[in-house]
Ligand binder design. Structure first.
Ligand code: PHB
Length: 390
C-alpha cells in the first residue's frame, strides 16, 4: 500500500520532470526587459513617452514570443550621469534582464553603453544621440532607434545657410548632446557660407536664460540655433518670445525644441522652423495607425519620443520573433535586429553598420499644436560613425 503510494507519487514527479526536460528551458521564463529612463526632472515627459511607445509596440506584437511573456523592470535614471553606472548595474546584474532599453540623456547613455560593452548586455537606445555610441563605442550588442546628435543639426545648418543667413549664434546646455548638436549645425552652416560668431553654453539643466538673451540682442546675429529639450525647451521658447526676439531674429533648432512641448509653449512657438526625423502629421499609413493606437491607449498625442520608443519595441519584437523568443540565440537575435527594415511612423528605415538609423530629416513648421513637415531637409542621412570598427 505504502509502496504503491510512493511509486504513484514518484511517477507523477517523473511526468513533471519529463515535461520540463522536453520544453526548452527558456520557454518557462519571462523575457526580462529593463527600462532605464528619466521619470523625474527636465526629461521626465520624454521618458514616459518612450515607455508608452515601447509597450504599445510590444503589445501590438502580441505581448509574448513563443509563449514567453515580457516582464518589465524600471529604473528612474533622473538624467544623472553620476548615478548611471549603479542604475544600469541594477538592471544588468541584480535583475539579470535580457535587454536594457534606455535612455534620453547622452551622458547617462554613454555610461550605459560602457556597461553594455563590459557585460555583453543587449542595449537598445530609444533617444540619446551621443555620437560616440555609434562611433568609437559601437558594438554588435548596441542598437539605436533615434538619431545621432549631429544628424538633425546638420540638416538645420544646411537650411539656415540656404536661407541666406550669414551669421549665427548658438546656445545650449554644456554636455555631449548640446555640444554635438551645435557642432553639427556649425559644420553645415559654415560649409554653406555662414559663420557662427558666438557659441554660448550653460550647465544642464539650468534655465536662467536672461543673460544669454541680452547678449543675443546686442550681438544681433542673422539667426540663433539652440539645443534644448523637455522642460528646458518649453522655458527657452517662451523666454525668447517674451524678450521680444522672436520677431527680430529667427530661432532655429533640432525638432526637440518644439516636440512634446507645444501645449505648454502656446503662441511663443507658432511658426518656428526645426529639423527632425519625425513630424506629427506625416501622412503615411503606419503613422496614421500609430497615432490612432497611441491616442486610444494613452489619451494623449504621441511625439518624437513616443515614436522612437515604439520603434525600439518594433526592433526588439523583430529580433525575438526571428529566434522564437529564445534570447539565448544571441547571434541570430542580433543578426535579425540589424537586418530588419523598420516600418516606422517616420517612414521606413534601415540601420547603418553602426546600428544607427539611416533616415530622412524633415523641415518642420509649428502650426497650432502640430509640427508640420514642410519639406525634406536632407534625405537618407546616415551618421558619420567616425571610429566605429564593427
Ligand atoms: C541627449 O541627451 O542626447 C538628448 C536629450 C534630449 C533630446 C535629444 C537628445 O531631446
Amino acid at each position: 500500500m505504502k509502496g504503491q503510494f510512493v511509486s504513484r507519487a514518484a511517477c507523477a514527479l517523473c511526468a513533471t520532470l519529463a515535461l520540463f526536460a522536453t520544453a526548452p528551458a527558456s520557454a518557462q521564463q519571462k523575457i526580462k526587459v529593463g527600462l532605464m529612463l528619466p521619470y523625474s526632472g527636465t526629461y521626465a515627459a520624454l521618458g514616459n513617452a518612450i515607455t508608452n511607445g515601447f509597450k504599445l509596440a510590444i503589445n501590438e506584437a502580441g505581448g509574448k514570443f513563443s509563449g514567453r511573456e515580457i516582464e518589465y523592470f524600471s529604473v528612474d535614471d533622473e538624467s544623472e550621469p553620476a548615478k548611471a553606472p549603479d542604475n544600469v548595474n541594477k538592471l544588468i546584474k541584480r535583475d539579470n534582464v535580457d535587454v536594457v532599453v534606455g535612455t534620453v540623456h547622452s551622458g547617462v547613455a554613454i555610461a550605459m553603453a560602457k556597461a553594455a560593452r563590459d557585460n555583453n548586455a543587449l542595449l537598445i537606445i530609444p533617444n540619446a544621440g551621443a555620437d560616440e555610441i555609434t562611433g568609437p563605442m559601437c558594438a554588435p550588442n548596441i542598437f539605436r532607434t533615434s538619431f545621432s546628435n549631429s544628424q538633425p543639426a546638420r540638416a538645420m545648418g544646411k537650411v539656415a545657410a540656404e536661407k541666406g543667413h550669414k551669421t549665427a549664434v548658438t546656445l545650449t546646455w554644456k554636455y555631449a548632446a548640446g555640444e554635438q548638436s551645435t557642432g553639427g549645425f556649425k559644420e553645415t552652416f559654415e560649409k554653406g557660407g555662414g559663420k557662427v560668431v558666438k557659441e554660448m553654453t550653460l550647465p544642464f539643466p539650468n534655465v536662467e536664460f536672461q543673460p544669454f538673451l541680452t547678449e543675443i540682442a546686442s550681438l544681433k546675429p542673422d539667426a540663433v540655433y539652440v539645443f534644448f529639450a523637455g522642460a528646458g525647451a518649453v522655458k527657452f521658447v517662451k523666454d525668447y518670445a517674451a524678450a521680444g526676439l522672436k520677431e527680430k531674429i529667427p530661432l532655429y533648432g533640432p525638432g526637440f525644441l518644439t516636440d512634446g512641448t507645444l501645449e505648454a509653449q502656446g503662441d511663443a512657438a507658432q511658426g518656428l522652423l526645426t529639423t527632425l526625423h519625425y513630424a506629427d502629421a506625416l501622412d503615411n499609413p503606419k503613422n496614421n495607425a500609430f497615432r490612432a493606437a497611441y491616442k486610444a491607449a494613452y489619451k494623449t498625442e504621441p511625439d518624437v519620443y513616443a515614436m522612437q520608443g515604439y520603434d525600439a519595441g518594433q526592433l526588439l519584437a523583430a529580433g525575438l520573433k526571428a529566434v522564437n523568443g529564445d534570447t539565448s540565440k544571441r547571434d541570430a537575435l542580433i543578426k535579425a535586429m540589424e537586418s530588419t527594415k523598420i516600418d516606422s511612423p517616420r517612414g521606413p528605415f534601415a540601420l547603418s553598420k553602426a546600428h544607427n538609423p539611416v533616415q530622412d530629416f524633415y523641415l518642420r513648421k509649428v502650426d497650432g499644436k502640430e509640427n508640420k513637415a514642410i519639406g525634406v531637409a536632407i534625405k537618407d542621412l546616415s551618421d558619420p560613425a567616425v571610429g566605429c570598427k564593427m
